[in-house]
Design a protein around this ligand. Sequence first.
Ligand code: GLY
Length: 303
Amino acid sequence: MRAMIGTWRMSLGGVARGLGLLEAGADCLDAVTEAVAFVEDDPAFTSVGFGGLPDREGCVTADAALMDGGTLRLGGVMSAQNIRNPIRAARRLVERAENCLLAGEGAQRFAREAGLEMQDLRTPQALARWREALAQRDAVRQPYRGHDTVCVLALDEAGRMAAGTSTSGLFLKEPGRVGDSPLVGSGFYCDARYGAAAATGLGEEIMRGCLSYEVVSLMRRGAGPHDACVRALRGLQARLKRQGETMRDVSLIALTPAGIFGAATSLRVFPFAAGKDGAAEVYLAGSDGQTRRASPGEADAQP
Ligand code: GLY
């Protein structure tokens, strides 16, 4: 069984590419890397890679990570500039037993020395949106306007599993701000014995519940992937409610070693792409806990 799931409709092309690679016998880590890189390369997606929206000072800084569900090794970069595909840096770093998570200049130096493509990730369109937002005085005080991390989980024919994430983080974030995406247990977790999970949405909320680890931990204790996502999400929602707070945007995806996937969201609708041994399709998870396949018209209308 080969299976792959990715956050948002934007991951559809990447998931299709990753599934094709798995079909051709690619390693699970490579298939996830290529699926995420496909999304990073598209400037139409303004929350990931090339074309990502800048921080307050006009810089695009990326967070990305990759985890091997067999060895539990992980690699990642955070607050890194000018790495064309941050996930490719994570792919190299996941091979390491130490120094596998690098930030800022250290991450950039590593990528340069590893021969990875370096490029300014700012497009003229992204810079125009940044200038426009700065001109609106309240935008800087309210940087969260909805954004999305690409997360991809995969299972290959040999039962290997991997999880990858990539994001340029919040538009107008404070320089140096890091979200959940490169943080193991929060943005992603993968243990091939029990499954993989990843999160998208507001990192500051996701980190409070270590939500990806929580999903895998629930699966370890016997929950199905859908149930595990719903329980992890609702558990944090209830916990924050006791503090008098309303949890902001969070969505979760999960995949089991049997290739069964699940998702949950605090949004009205959360689109994701998934496929098994063939074509990828778009699914819609709702805040009511239900998930269904999107019709072609619905799929095209999703972010
Ligand atoms: N979930 C990505 C971020 O908050 O940056």
